[in-house]
Design a protein around this ligand. Structure first.
Ligand code: HEC
Ligand code: HEC
Ligand code: HEC
Ligand code: HEC
Length: 257
C-alpha cells in the first residue's frame, strides 16, 4: 500500500514537472516558451493582464481565427505575408540594413554583396520586428472593432460593423481557411493533426462536412463551431475551449507537441 502511494507520488511529481517543463526544450512546442505570453508561459510579463485573467490563450497575440489584418491593408505598410496575423504591425518605414563598417574591402572578392544589396526586411521578418523592434507593444493585438448598440439594420440583416459579421462582401481573406479537403491538407502539412485526433468530444473527421466542390471531408464553420451549443465544451459555440489555445492545438500539432 505504502509502495503504491510512493509510486503515485513519484508519478505525480514527474507529471507536474513535465507539465511545467512542457514546451521549453528545443522542438517541444510553443507552450511555456518566451513566445507563450500567457500567465503559464515564459513571456508572462509581456502579455496582457485581461487575457491572462481570462482564457490564457497562446496564439492570440499573433494569430486569430477571424477579423485579422487583411493582406490588402498590410501591403500598404509594406508587409506582404500575414498568416491570419492578429498583431499590430511595426510602424517603422525606413530600415538601415547590414553594414560591416566604413573600411570594408573594396575588391569584388571580399566586399559584402549583402551590405551593398539588402534593401529592407521581407514581410516575414517584419512580423517578428513588430514586437522585437520595440515600436509596438507585445499586447497590441486584435483589430479594433466598434460594435454598434443596435443589433441590425431595419431589414434585420447584420450591419457591416457588427462584430459578428464574417465574410462581408464575400471577403474571407482574414478568416481561418475553410472550404478545403482537410485530409488532403493534412497529408501535405506535417504540422496538422490527422482526422482521427480529438477535437472536443469528437474526432476531427467527424466534424468535417459536405461541400459540393470539395466532397465530404471539407473543413467548414461547423468544424470549429457547434451551432446548437449542445455537445461543445468551448466558448462561442466552439467544440472545445480556447483556454491555452486548446482549440487551435487540437489541429495544429507542431505548435505544442
Ligand atoms: C509570437 C508570435 C506567434 C505566436 C504566439 C504563434 N505564432 Fe504562428 N506564426 C508566427 C509567425 C511570425 C509566423 C510566420 C513565420 C513562420 O512561419 O516562421 C507564423 C506562422 C504560423 C502558421 C503558418 C506556417 C506554419 O508554420 O505552418 C501557422 C499554421 C501558425 N503560425 C499557427 C500557430 C498556432 C496554432 C499558434 C498557437 C498555438 C501560433 N501559431 C502561435 C508567430 C506566432
Ligand atoms: C507578439 C510579439 C512577438 C512576436 C511577433 C515575435 N516575438 Fe520573439 N519574443 C517576444 C517576447 C515577448 C519574447 C521574450 C522577451 C523577453 O522575455 O525578454 C521573445 C523572445 C524571442 C526569442 C528569445 C527566445 C529565448 O529562448 O530566449 C527569440 C529567438 C525570438 N523571440 C525570435 C522571434 C522571431 C524570429 C520572430 C518572428 C518569426 C518573433 N520572435 C516574433 C515577442 C514576440
Ligand atoms: C478554425 C476554427 C474556426 C472556424 C473554421 C470558424 N471559426 Fe468562428 N470562431 C472561432 C474562434 C476560436 C472564435 C472566438 C474568437 C475570439 O474569441 O477571439 C470564433 C468566433 C466567431 C464569432 C464571434 C465573433 C468573433 O469574431 O469573435 C462568429 C460570429 C463566428 N466565429 C462565426 C463563424 C463563421 C460564420 C464561420 C464560417 C464562415 C466560422 N466562424 C469559422 C473559430 C473558428
Ligand atoms: C479543425 C482543425 C483546425 C482548428 C481547430 C484550427 N485550425 Fe488552423 N488550420 C487548419 C488547417 C487544416 C489549415 C490549413 C493548413 C494548410 O493549408 O497547410 C489551417 C490553417 C491555419 C493558418 C494559416 C496558415 C497559412 O499557411 O497561411 C493559421 C495561421 C492557423 N490555421 C491558425 C489557427 C489558430 C490560431 C487556431 C485557433 C484559433 C486554429 N488555426 C484552429 C486546421 C485547424
Amino acid at each position: 500500500m505504502r509502495k503504491l502511494f510512493v509510486l503515485f507520488l513519484t508519478l505525480g511529481i514527474v507529471l507536474m514537472a513535465s507539465a511545467v517543463m512542457a514546451g521549453t526544450a528545443p522542438g517541444s512546442g510553443i507552450g511555456g516558451t518566451p513566445h507563450d505570453l500567457s500567465s503559464l508561459g515564459g513571456g508572462v510579463l509581456w502579455g496582457d493582464t485581461a487575457e491572462q485573467a481570462g482564457l490564457n490563450r497562446i496564439c492570440i497575440y499573433c494569430h486569430a481565427p477571424h477579423h485579422t489584418i487583411k493582406p490588402a491593408d498590410a501591403a500598404t505598410v509594406g508587409v506582404n505575408y500575414v498568416p491570419l496575423w492578429n498583431h499590430a504591425l511595426t510602424t517603422t518605414t525606413s530600415w538601415t540594413m547590414y553594414s560591416n563598417g566604413s573600411e570594408e574591402p573594396s575588391d569584388a572578392n571580399h566586399a559584402s554583396y549583402a551590405e551593398a544589396n539588402a534593401v529592407e526586411p521581407g514581410g516575414i521578418s517584419k512580423l517578428c520586428l513588430s514586437c522585437h523592434d520595440a515600436t509596438v507593444a507585445t499586447n497590441a493585438y486584435g483589430t479594433a472593432q466598434t460594435c454598434p448598440t443596435s443589433k441590425g439594420a431595419a431589414d434585420k440583416t447584420f450591419v457591416a460593423t457588427n462584430c459578428n459579421v464574417i465574410g462581408y462582401n464575400g471577403d474571407l481573406t482574414n478568416h481561418h481557411p475553410i472550404g478545403f479537403d482537410y485530409a488532403a491538407a493534412q497529408a501535405s502539412d506535417d504540422e496538422i493533426e490527422p482526422t482521427t485526433s480529438s477535437l472536443g468530444a469528437y474526432t476531427i473527421g467527424q466534424l468535417l462536412w459536405y461541400n459540393g466542390s470539395v466532397g465530404a471531408d471539407s473543413m467548414e464553420c461547423s468544424t470549429c463551431h457547434d451551432v446548437h451549443n449542445s455537445k461543445n465544451t468551448g466558448e462561442k459555440f466552439l467544440w472545445t475551449t480556447e483556454a491555452q489555445s486548446g482549440l487551435c492545438l487540437a489541429c495544429h500539432l507542431g505548435k505544442n507537441q
